[in-house]
Design a protein around this ligand. Sequence first.
Ligand SMILES: O[C@H]1[C@H](O)[C@@H](O)[C@H](O)[C@@H](O)[C@H]1O
Ligand SMILES: [Fe+2]
Ligand SMILES: [Fe+2]
Length: 283
Amino acid sequence: MRVVNLGPDPSLEYRPECQEKDKSEFRNFESGALFDRVFNTYKLMHTHQTLDFVKQKHLEWANCNHFSVTMMENIDALDELVDESDPDVDFPNSFHAFQTAEGIRREHPDKDWFQLVGLIHDVGKIMALYGEPQWAVVGDTFPVGCKFQNSIVFRDSTFEGNPDEKNPTLNTEFGIYEPQCGLDKILMSWGHDEYLYRVMKFNKCTIPEEGLYMIRFHSFYPWHSNGDYMHLCNEKDLQMLPWVKEFNKFDLYTKSTELPNVESLRPYYQSLIDKYCPGILHW
Ligand SMILES: O[C@H]1[C@H](O)[C@@H](O)[C@H](O)[C@@H](O)[C@H]1O
Ligand SMILES: [Fe+2]
Ligand SMILES: [Fe+2]
């Protein structure tokens, strides 16, 4: 048989959106089609996320007394949410849930809990469907109660209206915290990470500790990707960091305009939900 080398798929030339994005093209906070939307979301977040605001949100949401639905119902609800902080995604968050989970499933076929974390990690964003503004739900997170470090996105242009920035007790390296106190004791800017962590705990879901950690800190880019805030970390945090980084690969680089066929994936992921966070949950 004669083997004919046809070269690269010629149809790709006319479908540039189907070509894989280079890693360096993700998280562009300097330019791009969605720049204004992203900047405005962070401007509001960095103006209004103060220590007092975060304490208030813990009181409002951490009791999980807002509504009761299954995990899959909330994944589906994310059909209604486009994340305004994300320069790489301009489609509903429900697709990103399945993209992340499938990426993990390909590389970690033996770790069903990890795949499930991929599916559910952003489901805390449903707060935006219950009245919270996006700046209190989405985007990267950072500690409040101490100095805002330089690796926070738009650090130089978005904090000038935040009263904590001018508060001398808060605006130091440690602020209200002790050295190496551990991230568990830190109040993070309020968003979908901490909220879902609280929901998982409240409902006694059985996802392993590494998974809960990924859920709780996956948006803390200044820490897991830039190495800041190490002076607040304890041994445990450093042990967990490689897991958060492993999760981040899939959370970020599976973002693609090629959308998954959700209906065909649903039965498999329902079985994982039934194993680790079954039935009606309190949110
Ligand atoms: O814009 C994204 C998005 O909101 C993600 O869900 C969050 O985890 C990321 O940290 C953020 O950069
Ligand atoms: Fe997220
Ligand atoms: Fe995500």
